[in-house]
Design a protein around this ligand. Structure first.
Ligand code: DX5
Ligand code: ZN
Length: 230
């Protein structure tokens, strides 16, 4: 299983965002949280920020749209150069049409579920998307405590993806840190958003590497245990 660390820049220094992005060359993607103060009670930034970051780095951009009307706006983020665009199932009107539109633009497609949203909302979409983002906090802010109640949902999703032999990234987002990443990996996640845990440290890049090592070690222990029990 490939482990990916996709740090969120929400808690980075927006006044020096290009420099902040340059601090994490070890990241597998840059997670950009777009919030409209309608879908979530917070307002961050939109297309201008994504376009500016696109000009400043060649790293993969993983845009997380916490907005109303993703059907209307998501294609513009693919157009702006985001390699992956994630919309919320709680906000989208026509997810299959939007997924196919984003794929036609060459972008990867993510579907996000808030903590209380059932996995059944995404099962019919699994053949149309590339990533399922499971929120492990209520969306809107960085630095919130991790919600352990989402762990069984991660495992349910992992089992669905494995049973269908799909190449879907199981991404977790919110409160992911050295204290929680192993639980997420053991539950079946392979892609990890970490904002505060990365940017509120002296060496964000070393933290990215350490988080990846922790997640890989947790998965290796699982494989080892499965081999022993047979
Ligand atoms: C929350 C965002 C997350 C958040 C992660 O709505 O989707 O990406 O920025 O930040 P931490 O890792 O600090 O919880
Ligand atoms: Zn996010």
């Amino acid at each position: 299983m490939t482990i990916r660390i996709t740090p969120s820049i929400l808690n980075a220094d927006f006044g020096h965002i290009a420099d902040e992005v340059a601090r994490i060359p070890a990241a597998d993607a840059i997670h950009i949280d777009v919030m409209d103060n309608h879908f979530v009670p917070n307002l961050t930034a939109g297309l201008p920020l994504v376009e500016a970051i696109r000009r400043s780095t060649t790293q993969m951009l993983d845009v997380h749209l916490m907005i109303e009307q993703p059907d209307r706006w998501a294609p513009a983020y693919a157009e702006a150069g985001a390699e992956s665009v994630t919309f919320h199932l709680e906000a989208v009107r026509a997810p299959i049409r939007l997924a196919r539109q984003l794929h036609s633009q060459g972008a990867r497609v993510g579907a996000a579920l808030n903590p209380a949203t059932s996995i059944t909302t995404v099962t019919g979409l699994l053949n149309e998307i590339d990533t399922v983002l499971l929120m492990t906090v209520e969306p809107g802010f960085g630095g919130q405590p991790f919600l352990d109640l989402v762990l069984p949902k991660i495992t349910t999703l992992r089992n669905l993806v494995s049973a269908a032999n799909l190449d879907i990234w199981v991404q977790v987002d919110g409160g992911v840190s050295a204290a929680t990443i192993e639980r997420c990996a053991e539950a079946g996640a392979d892609t990890f958003v970490a904002g505060t845990a990365v940017f509120r440290t002296d060496d964000p890049n070393a933290t990215v590497e350490a988080l990846r090592y922790q997640a890989k070690a947790a998965v290796d222990r699982l494989v080892q245990a499965a081999t022993v029990t047979g």
